[in-house]
Design a protein around this ligand. Structure first.
Ligand code: NAD
Length: 255
């Protein structure tokens, strides 16, 4: 433990599993107090219990990030529990069913955009309300290589993560003189539970097309490797990093 986030308060969404759980654990180990939000209350409670066992400070909240009231409750909790807010990590997300636009249903499009994109807009809007008056704050969005490249998922996921990249860059630019930094990580294939969120009826054509893109991917990375990168980006060490979309993919998109 090196206290790189000493006296900081962070919100992490999707903290019940995968990258979110790894970030909540690492941030608390580095001295932050964390609001750990997830739709799955049982899982996020386990994460918070593990953090407490290791001497860290975290509180859980059941949050559907696609619901603006839930997002506002999550922000309120940070203030009521810890008295301040410094860092917001918009991490919660789901996969689509790999469908190309010709096979896409309205339901899949709306569901994936609600969870992956609307959520980031609600949360960013709320964060700006908090950060702008005090001229200080950090937002980190977990996008995807699907947010920078065309052949890594179906159209709904790909477009939803491209939108997250746009939200990241526009917000970074708009508030660059206001002490607010906004960056994104674009993870490649990472070993987590994300496959659980894959639509039931996986699109055969879309799946085969995106599988060709998988060919250049190295071995999957770990949630801890994403958390290490996130720690740097939310810490003061990254003071001059703003509007960046950093691939953490073992070189997959270098091809
Ligand atoms: P994961 O499934 O292990 O964790 C995601 C968490 O988000 C789960 O705990 C889930 O309960 C929660 N969640 C889902 N819908 C939610 C909602 N509506 N409200 C609140 N919480 C919700 O997956 P992960 O791989 O750790 O995913 C984290 C992020 O990384 C996602 O945005 C995902 O798109 C992105 N990503 C993952 C990969 C990968 O290969 N795993 C690659 C690129 C990007």
């Amino acid at each position: 433990m090196t206290d790189r986030l000493k006296n900081k308060v962070a919100i992490v969404t999707g903290a019940g599993s995968g990258m979110g759980a790894a970030m909540a654990k690492l941030f608390t180990a580095e001295g932050a107090s964390v609001v750990a939000a997830d739709l799955n209350k049982d899982r996020v409670d386990e994460v918070v219990a593990a953090i407490a066992k290791d001497g860290g400070k975290a509180v859980s909240i059941k949050t559907d990030v696609s619901n603006e009231d839930d997002i506002q409750a999550m922000f309120k909790l940070a203030k009521s529990e810890f008295g301040q807010l410094d860092i917001v990590v918009n991490n919660a997300g789901i996969m689509d069913n790999m469908a190309p636009v010709g096979n896409l249903t309205d339901d899949m499009w709306k569901k994936v955009f609600a969870v992956n994109t609307d959520s980031v807009m609600y949360s960013t809007r709320e964060a700006i309300k908090e950060f702008l008056p005090k001229k200080q704050g950090v937002i980190l969005n977990i996008a995807s290589v699907g947010g920078t490249n065309g052949g890594r998922a179906g159209v709904a996921y790909t477009a939803s993560k491209h939108a997250v990249v746009g939200l990241t860059k526009n917000t970074a630019y708009m508030y660059q003189n206001d002490g607010i930094r906004v960056n994104a990580i674009a993870p490649g294939g990472i070993k987590t539970n994300i496959a659980e969120s894959m639509g039931k009826n996986v699109d055969k054509f879309g799946y085969e097309r995106q599988s060709q893109g998988m060919g250049a991917s190295p071995e999957p990375g770990t949630a801890a490797e994403i958390a290490n990168t996130a720690l740097f980006l939310v810490s003061d060490e990254a003071r001059y990093v703003n509007g960046a979309v950093l691939p953490v993919d073992g070189g997959w998109t270098a091809y």
